[in-house]
Design a protein around this ligand. Structure first.
Ligand SMILES: *[C@@H]1O[C@H](CO)[C@@H](O)[C@H](O)[C@H]1NC(C)=O
Ligand SMILES: *[C@@H]1O[C@H](CO)[C@@H](O)[C@H](O)[C@H]1NC(C)=O
Ligand SMILES: *[C@@H]1O[C@H](CO)[C@@H](O)[C@H](O)[C@H]1NC(C)=O
Ligand SMILES: *[C@@H]1O[C@H](CO)[C@@H](O)[C@H](O)[C@H]1NC(C)=O
Length: 957
């Protein structure tokens, strides 16, 4: 589902306000994921819905479910949650498909009209004599609807279940929900309503009774009633439309029948939006109309997506060898959808506005995120929609593979964007939070989590992607692609578990001889999915080119595991060792095949290398596998010398990984910080590697931040100064040569480390903007987040006041510009300004929208100078904020973000204490997620706290 791009470019700590995304929020009790006993299999749903969106909102509906009996009981169990069932009927049905289509004609739409508008329950006595239903019961806790029958079902026979029901229209992005948006300014005159569905993970049961499990696939035909001025959109194209029998100005729209699919993918949108369209020529030979929807005066902001989608579909068809399955595609930018969220409903993809719309103020990083989200949801049309994960336990299968595909599809369709960085940041982020003692293993059953929503954590996406990336590295990209093709072809319109996936990859790997003997992909992958964490691989050079290679869990030896309940198997892995050296310099995708394996039985080995004594060796090039590597000091030195001589010999991803590993191993006191210092020395020679500068900078801040309370240590300060100087040196000459385009890319990183010229330029541009003077064409692009951010951060009160006035003004045409400015204001380092921004939500005249509040808080959380203030504000206004957001998961997410970004034990303990004392006001899953994040960072603090001197000067192990 949604793509939780949490904390992009947040690595360890990041001082600047960059993108923030709210994690997917589904509140599900794990109990509800226990599968229903298999009594009947659904075949087809004919669903009639009448959502009343305005005052006294309600949902009325009728569903016919055609099923095949699988057991001879006289009870049928379905899922149903918060629905009221008014009539139940169960009829025997012909085994013949064509006959079924004509059996029991009834006027469901009239029944639903009567129910919704006249509260009358329509009775069709014609079917009474065949009805075998006696009674029904609802179990609210289990979310079961049980239908009691007068006679047992006949195994293998067909039945049609008819249910007339009422339900709710929600406000919180679940089930069938509505959202308000503004057409003009912020006044109430111009509010409009849009309604949409969000049924993943288990919300379909809040819209209609069904068997709400991803592998219980069936075909669906939707008929939806609405006021004539709205447009109804469904997974499938419109089939027919007719006025209602009893209500003027209302119509019934009936859509074509879907292919077999899961309940969570059923979707419907009701809106007044306008659209732009294009046609995609599929490899099937068919033309697929594509329509993109947003509100009418933003249609131009869809150009970027309109251009990208057909290209991405083409690459996806090409990669999978399977045509896009539905006859059309609609994509909608939905106001009121949680920021950063997107949902891959088959044929009707829903994005939050910031994940689809692009205007002249969108900078290249935000654009990359939009592109990545678009591609992610499109990839789901195959992975997840065509072939679904059999159960929510394996949700990481869909999300991981889709996240991986996102990167290599993007590389082909939007190579100008920062797709490589996007993937890399994902990988580094997950390695930081996937610490052995604090995480669940990837494959932990959904029901073992306090709530199912935790399965949709960043671990599912990023670690899932990382281990698929590893599988692709060790079997090779061709074998991997063939396996994906077979998986999708063989299992289309059906579902699969991880074992099925590993078996397919295994067959291809054997065919191409990339694995052999007793090894199997399933056995290898289990060591990565069934335990949390990842290994540290140690590479030590012996005499005559011999390499001693060994694995151990990456954790500090003196820190005990905090939670050993989840560590089912001993912490060791099947580890593919890919390798190159200074003579071979092999970095292409097919060079990532392993030259050796470490296994749980054989965690160390000797390997005969071919390089000379003065040539560096490099393991896990291109971060193809999911582990960190440590070398002996001599090899680290050879690597840093290479970077100094010519850093481009080692590609970007590998450079970034070397720097990250060196710092992290330093934090964990496994090696000394001199290594990290050496690894970033080359940055002072080059203009490249903005992202690596940021990685390094966030690590340096981590060193500063975690030692705040320690006694003054001259050596540490000297180290920090030296490290920072490598990020800064030669800045003047670099700036002189830079074009505005470079400035755009560099301003966040470089203005931020206080570079004078960068700051001056940003201030000048901002002043030009504030005085309304027009910028030369090539400077317009600089009106980006990062320039404004630098101007606020380094400017004076006058910049701040201008920004404050601008975000107050409701006449301002574009709320997007206002929002950009609010984002920039989060860059402030002034505590008075931070307070002013935080209390904006309390201001009686401003009426700040919840989504602006959460954006502001999320950004201030990532701003070290504002974080403590934001935390105090949040804790002392918690009840108010909970009410303001109208959704307890938002406050939980914010507290999680605090816990993730804070490395102050005092702050972390404060969060922990608050959560323990107020757990009643937090959603259940939230409490655990916050506490896990607190534990993770306290664990880091323990790893890094004591004995700084030892870390600086002890010998390398
Ligand atoms: C996965 O599905 C296969 C059938 O496709 C089944 O045999 C196997 O037991 C399942 N494995 C798990 C772990 O559920
Ligand atoms: C972890 O395991 C050790 C040894 O088996 C045990 O003493 C300890 O209580 C366990 N810790 C937790 C948190 O369960
Ligand atoms: C640095 O290495 C790259 C890649 O091997 C090569 O193309 C380039 O010419 C080298 N640059 C210098 C200055 O040697
Ligand atoms: C902001 O608005 C106030 C009051 O309307 C005004 O006095 C002040 O000059 C404005 N400041 C800027 C920088 O526009």
């Amino acid at each position: 589902m949604a793509n939780p791009r949490v904390t992009h470019y947040h690595l360890v700590l990041l001082p600047i306000c960059l993108l923030t995304t709210v994690m997917l929020q589904v509140v599900i009790s794990a109990e509800n994921l226990v599968q229903l006993p298999i009594i009947v299999s659904p075949i087809h749903y004919r669903l009639t819905l009448l959502p009343i969106l305005e005052d006294n909102s309600r949902l009325c509906g009728h569903v016919w479910i055609d099923v095949k009996a699988r057991s001879e009981t006289n009870i049928i169990l379905l899922h149903s949650s918060e629905l009221k069932i008014l009539k139940t009927i169960v009829l025997p049905l012909s085994p013949d498909v064509n006959e079924r289509a004509t059996q029991y004609r009834s006027e469901d739409d009239v029944a639903v009209e009567n129910l919704c508008f006249n509260s009358a329950v329509y009775h069709d006595s014609a079917m009474d004599h065949s009805n075998i239903a006696l009674d029904h019961h609802l179990d609210g806790q289990k979310q079961y609807l049980s239908i009691v029958l007068g006679e047992p079902l006949k195994k293998g026979a067909y039945y049609r279940i008819g249910l007339l029901f009422t339900g709710n229209i929600y406000e919180d992005n679940t089930g069938f929900f509505r959202a308000k948006y503004e057409v003009g300014g912020e006044t109430d005159c111009c509010k409009r309503t849009v309604a949409a569905t969000q049924l993943e993970a288990i919300q379909a049961r809040k819209m209609f009774p069904c068997i709400d499990e991803p592998d219980k696939k069936a075909t669906f035909q939707l008929t939806v009633g609405h006021f004539f001025a709205l447009k109804a959109i469904n997974n499938m194209p419109l089939k027919s439309s007719a006025p209602m029998a009893t209500v003027e100005h209302w119509v019934w729209d009936t859509f074509e029948t879907t292919p077999a699919m899961s309940t969570y993918l059923v979707a419907c949108v009701l809106t007044e939006f306008g659209h732009v369209e294009t046609v995609y020529h599929s490899i099937s030979g068919k033309d697929v109309p594509i329509r993109l929807w947003t509100h009418r005066h933003r249609l131009a902001h869809l150009d970027f997506a309109l251009n990208l989608i057909p290209k991405a579909l083409e690459r996806l068809e090409d990669y999978t060898g399977i045509p896009y399955s539905l006859p059309k595609l609609d994509v909608i930018a939905l106001p009121g959808y949680e920021e950063g969220k997107a949902m891959e409903n088959w044929g009707l993809i829903i994005h939050s506005e910031m994940n689809l719309l692009v205007d002249e103020t969108t900078d290249s990083i935000d654009k990359s995120i939009v592109a990545a989200t678009i591609v992610h949801e499109l990839a789901h049309q195959w992975i997840g929609n065509l072939v679904s994960a059999t159960s929510w336990d394996d949700i990481w299968l869909n999300e991981g593979l889709t996240t991986l595909m996102e990167s290599f599809i993007l590389e082909q369709v939007a190579s100008d964007l920062e797709h490589e960085s996007v993937m890399l940041v994902f990988l580094q982020e997950v390695m930081r939070s996937d610490l052995l003692s604090t995480q669940f293993p990837l494959s932990a059953p959904a029901s073992s989590y306090p709530t199912a929503d935790e399965k949709f954590d960043v671990i599912s996406y990023a670690k899932g992607a990382a281990i698929f990336r590893m599988a692709r590295s060790f079997v090779g990209p061709e074998a991997f692609q063939s396996a994906i093709r077979r998986y999708l072809t063989k299992l289309q319109f059906s579902s699969a578990n991880s074992t099925d996936m590993w078996n397919m990859i295994n067959q291809e790997a054997r065919r191409t001889h990339t694995i052999s003997g007793r090894m199997s992909v399933a056995r290898i992958m289990k060591t990565w999915t069934q335990q949390p964490g990842y290994p540290l691989v140690h590479v030590h050079r012996g005499k005559n080119g011999i390499l001693h290679i060994s694995q151990r869990p990456f954790k500090s030896e003196d820190v005990p595991a905090i939670d050993n309940a989840t560590m089912a198997i001993s912490a060791s892995w099947w580890v593919p060792i890919s390798m190159t050296n200074g003579e071979q310099r092999k970095f292409s995708p097919k060079d990532l095949l392993p030259v050796a394996w470490l296994s749980p039985r054989k965690p160390s080995m000797e390997f005969q290398g071919t390089m000379g004594d003065n040539t560096w060796v490099l393991v896990n090039q291109q971060a193809g596998n999911y582990y960190r590597v440590n070398y002996d000091k001599q090899n680290w030195d050879l690597l840093s010398q290479q970077l100094m001589r010519n850093h481009t010999v080692i590609p970007f991803i590998t450079r970034s990984q070397l720097v990250d590993d060196a710092f992290v191993l330093g934090h964990a006191k496994i090696i000394t910080y001199d290594v990290a210092l050496d690894m970033i020395r080359y940055l002072s020679n080059t203009n490249d590697d903005l992202l690596i500068r940021r990685v390094a900078q966030s690590h340096i801040q981590f060193i500063e931040g975690t030692s705040e309370n320690a006694i003054k240590n001259p050596e540490r300060e000297k180290l920090i100064r030296s490290m920072s100087s490598y990020l800064n040196r030669d800045r003047k000459s670099r700036m002189a040569k830079m074009s505005t385009n470079d400035l755009r890319d560099l301003s966040t990183g470089d203005c931020d480390v206080g570079d004078g010229q960068c700051v001056n330029k940003a201030l000048l541009l901002f002043q030009a903007f504030t005085s309304g003077s027009t910028l030369p064409e090539d400077d317009k692009s600089v009106n980006s987040d990062s320039t404004w951010c630098a101007a606020i951060r380094h400017g004076s009160n006058s910049e701040w006041d201008f920004a404050w006035n601008m975000t107050r003004s409701s006449e301002l045409q574009s709320s997007l510009v206002r929002r950009k400015m609010l984002k920039a204001m989060c860059c402030t380092t002034d505590s008075i300004h931070s307070k002013q921004l935080l209390t904006r939500v309390l201001h009686p005249n401003i009426k700040q929208r919840p989504k602006d509040t959460s954006m502001i808080m999320n950004r201030l959380i990532k701003n070290p100078s504002a974080r403590p203030i934001a935390l105090n504000f949040m804790l002392s206004n918690f009840a108010f904020l909970n009410k303001h957001f109208r959704n307890p998961s938002v406050t939980s997410e914010l507290l999680t973000a605090f816990a993730k970004h804070s490395y102050s034990s005092e702050e972390l303990e404060k969060v922990r204490a608050f959560v323990m004392n107020n757990s009643n006001e937090l959603e259940a899953g939230g409490v655990n997620r916050i506490l896990a994040a607190v534990r993770n960072n306290l664990f880091w603090l323990e790893l890094t706290s004591d004995n700084f001197r030892g870390a600086l000067h002890s010998d390398n192990k």
